[in-house]
Ligand binder design. Sequence first.
Ligand SMILES: [Fe+2]
Ligand SMILES: [Fe+2]
Length: 570
Amino acid sequence: MGYVFESAHGVHFLRAALAFSKTTKANDLLSLESTTEVLPTATKCCDLLRDLDHYFAVEFSVWEGMSGNLIHGSKSQPVGDQLAMEDLVVAVQERQEAGFILEGDGVLSLAVPVPSEVDTNTVVTAWFVTREIDADDSLGDASALLAMAMEDTLEWARGQEVWSPQTLLRLAEAVSGKRIAEATAKRYARDVEEVSENLATTYEEISLLHTVTQNLRISSTEGEIGHMATEWLSECVPAEGFVVQYLPATDEGEASFRNAKSPEFCSAGDCQFDRHEFTKLIDYTDLKRDSKPYIANASVTGGDAWPFPRIRQVIIVPLSEGNNVFGWLAAFNHREGLEFGTIEAQLLNSLGALLGIHSSNRQLYREQAEFVANVVRALVSAIDAKDPYTSGHSDRVARISARIALEMRCKPKTVNTIYMAGLLHDVGKIGIDDSVLRKAGRLTDLEFEHIKMHPEMGYRILADLKQLSDVLPAVLHHHEQWNGGGYPHGLKAEETPLIARIVAVADSYDAMTSDRPYRKGMCDERVDQILREGAGDQWDSDAVKAYFDAKDDIVTITKREHIELMEHWV
Ligand SMILES: [Fe+2]
Ligand SMILES: [Fe+2]
C-alpha cells in the first residue's frame, strides 16, 4: 500500500514503492502526429504524452504549470472545473510529483508534471474512475468537478475502465521515469557527440603540431617554414587564404640576422595578399601593441568602418616566444561562409607558438654561430700576427681545402668543417717561439722539433671549445703522411682522418708556392710534379687527384685577394 497526502483544495499525492502491471490499450491511442500538429507549444513533451496515452489509454490535457492555464485540451475527455484543475496543476507543478483530486463518488483527476529533463513548467492531466459506476448512481460531486451535466457525467463514467489511485500514480511515475531516462540518454548522446567532435578537433590539432615539430629544423629557413605552415594549415583550417609574415630583425638583433634585410612573407590559397596590404591590416588591428590573437567576423567586417572589403573573416596570431614577436600568422575568409571560432583560433595560436619558438631557436643559433665565427677570426688574426711572412696562409688553405672537399663530393656540413679546419690548422703556432717561427735561415734540429709541436699545441688550444670539436682531427693530424712518416703520431693511410688528409694537400701546396724570407715560392708546375710524385706516398692519392681535378679553381682561389673570412661558409 502507499500513502496518500492531501494538500489544499483536495489535491492528493501518494508515495509508494509497489511494482505495477497494466494492460495497455494501443488501439485507443491518439497518434503522436495528431497531438503535435495541434500542440506546437508542447512538442518537447510529445513523447511523454504519447507514452501516457499508450499506457493509460486516454488522451491527456496539457497545462501551463505556474499559472494553471490550459494549453491544450483533450479531445476525448472533459476539461473539468477550471478552478479545481488550476489548484491541482499548480500544486503538482510546485511539488514536481504526480497527484490527483478524488471525489467521493469515484471520479479522479490525475495530474503528472512533465519532467524537467523533458520540459519545464508543464503539467498533463486526465480523468479516471476508481469504482464501477451503476446506471442509478448519483454523481453530483463528480458532475461539478467535471463541469458536465449529471447525465453526461454518468454516461462518460460508465464507459471508463476502473483504476486504483495507487496504480495510476505508480504508472505515472514509471512513465515519467522512462521519459527521464530517455531524455538523459539523449543528452548523454549529445554530450558524447560533442566530446567526439572536440576529440576530432584535438586530434587534428595534435596531428598538425606533430607534423610541424617533425619538420622544424634549425637549418630550415623562415621562408621554407612559412611555405610549409600555409600548406599544413590549408589541410586543417577551412579558410580561403593564409599568410605567414616574418618581421625584420630589430636594430639590437641585426648583427646576428643575416636575412634581416629580406624578412619572409608567404601568402597561399585562393585569397592572396601582398606584403603591403597585410602590413596595413596589422597596423589597423593594433596587434603590434597587444600581441594577442585577433579574430574578426561579420559583426566587425560587415561594418562601414571596416577598410578591407576582401576580408569577411580573419584570424591573426603572433609568432611569439615569451615577449618576443617574430611575425604573424593569419587565416582569411571561411570557405563555407561561416564564422571563425575558438577551434580555428586555437589551432593557429598553437602553430604560431611553435613557429615563434623555432624563430627564437634560430636566432640563438645564429648568435652562437656568429660568436664562434668571431672567435675563429680572432684566432686567425693571432696566427697571422705571429707569423707575418705566412699571412693569408690560413685563409688560402681553408678555401683550397674546401674546394678539394667539394671535388671529393663531401657533404656540405663536412665541407664547412674542412673550411674551418683549414683556417685553424696552424693555430698551435701561437705557442711557438717567435725566434723560431720568424727565423730567416735554416732551422736546427732542435728548432724543427720545437716547431713540430704546433699540431698538439693547436689541439690543446681548441680542445675545450665544443663548437670547434669537429676541426680537432685536422689541427692535430695535418702533418701526418700517407706512408706513416709524418707527425705527431706517425699515422698511416686512412688512420689519418679524411679532413686532415685533405688539409695536408692544401697546406703543402700553399707552403710550397708561397715565398719565404729564405727562399722564393716554387712555380705551380714544380709543385704539381711534387704532389703527383707524392700521391699515395706522402699524401692521399684521392685528395691529390681531387686537387688536380679542381686545379683551375684552386689557382683562381690563390690569386684572389684575401677576402672577408668565412663569407660563404658560416
Ligand atoms: Fe702546420
Ligand atoms: Fe700550415
